[in-house]
Design a binder for this molecule. Structure first.
Ligand code: BMA
Length: 360
């Protein structure tokens, strides 16, 4: 009897563990990870990349957000991008200053919202960017060539310093969902399929997490695994770094063809099955329909999939100020504006003012 109740308790709580040898996550980080698991019972949090930095036809206006301009509420989840931090630059590859990013992360945290960070790391061998796949030995060389390995550690040092500089008003480290080496099932990044074997990818992930956690003591990070489209559970798991190295299961899936309404649920069914088996939170780590030309995309395409599968959040990609037409959330006057208001009003969707106590 006692044995059974222990099993029940274990099953009821999310599994947010780090390898035994590493320092534990901070209390607030672990609380966030567990709350991501339970919030999915209630609804799906709405997230947006670079939401408070810029939008369509504006940039760097304090407090402004395209999402809030449309529906009156801020997103519950904010996405940020660290690409170029490794080069020692003071702005990321999309020209967002890291000091401003630190400030917005802190403000979002103090309002009770959630922060997630991706890293389009430059190619450490060629000097090209994350999309430079001209050399397929990069991952191997980071792991095996001592000069490259040493250099790559200096990149991780810069990332670690940024993570450890994120402090709340009361001096605690701010929890961050970190999403390294994403979309690896695609062939467009130097860590992706075609450039790295599954074995090397997993080793790169282990090396990165071990270095950040054990050598640099970064214990405010929740690791999110986020492949692009997959064909099956086996495909999803092909590069899985292991339960001790992944806290949240994600999927990046964009609307690029008419069949998206069927493709997204298929991706979510694969991911949530694996996540449920492991008691880990699942998220749509990136999605969107560039230019949102379907006026009812939010309630007709995205929402039905979110209602069918248990995911903690959905993150829409950025509303660029520097690339005309490259936007994924509506803005005032955009064709899907009214539908987005309906989407926000649906009881399933959670925005910033709908969540609380995510760090307790
Ligand atoms: C891509 C595009 C690029 C951007 C990159 C990193 O998907 O939005 O314009 O530089 O993400 O944020």
């Amino acid at each position: 009897m006692k044995f059974i109740s222990i099993i029940v308790i274990l099953l009821a709580s999310a599994s947010c563990s780090s390898p035994k040898k590493s320092p534990k996550m901070t209390e607030r980080t672990e609380a966030l990870c567990k709350n991501l698991y339970t919030i999915a019972e209630k609804g799906v949090m709405f997230g947006h990349q670079d939401d408070t930095f810029y939008g369509v036809n504006w940039k760097y206006e304090t407090g402004r957000s395209d999402v809030r301009d449309v529906c009156g509420k801020y997103p519950a989840v904010y996405g940020y991008e660290l690409g170029d931090i490794e080069l020692g630059r003071d702005k990321n590859l999309d020209e967002v200053p890291f000091d401003l990013m630190r400030q917005h992360i802190k403000e979002a945290y103090e309002r009770g919202a959630i922060n997630t960070i991706s890293w389009h790391a430059n190619n450490p061998i060629t000097g090209g960017n994350a999309w430079d796949t001209s050399d397929s030995t990069v991952v191997r060389r980071i792991l095996q060539d001592s000069a490259t390995n040493k250099m790559f550690k200096t990149w991780l040092d810069k990332l670690a310093s940024f993570m450890l500089s994120l402090r709340s008003d009361d001096g605690e480290l701010i929890p961050i969902l970190f999403r390294p080496y994403h979309e690896h099932t695609g062939r467009w990044f130097w860590w992706g399929a075609g450039s790295s074997s599954a074995k090397d990818y997993i080793e790169l992930w282990h090396f990165t997490a071990d270095y950040l956690r054990t050598e640099r003591g970064v214990n405010n990070m929740i690791y999110v695994y986020s492949p692009d489209y997959v064909l099956s559970e086996e495909h999803y798991m092909e590069c899985y770094p292991g339960d001790d190295y992944v806290d949240v299961l994600g999927i990046d899936a964009y609307h690029k063809e008419a069949a998206f309404g069927e493709l997204l649920p298929k991706q979510l069914s694969i991911m949530t099955k694996i996540a449920n088996d492991r008691q880990k939170p699942a998220v749509i780590s990136e999605t969107g329909y560039e230019g949102v030309s379907d006026p009812s995309w939010w309630t007709n395409v995205l929402l039905p999939a979110m209602k069918e599968y248990k995911v903690a959040y959905v993150l829409l990609w950025r509303n660029a100020h520097d690339r005309p037409g490259h936007y994924f959330a509506p803005y005032p006057g955009q064709v899907s504006e009214q539908d987005f208001i309906k989407f926000e009003q649906d009881e399933k969707t959670l925005f910033e003012s709908d969540i609380n106590e995510m760090y307790k």
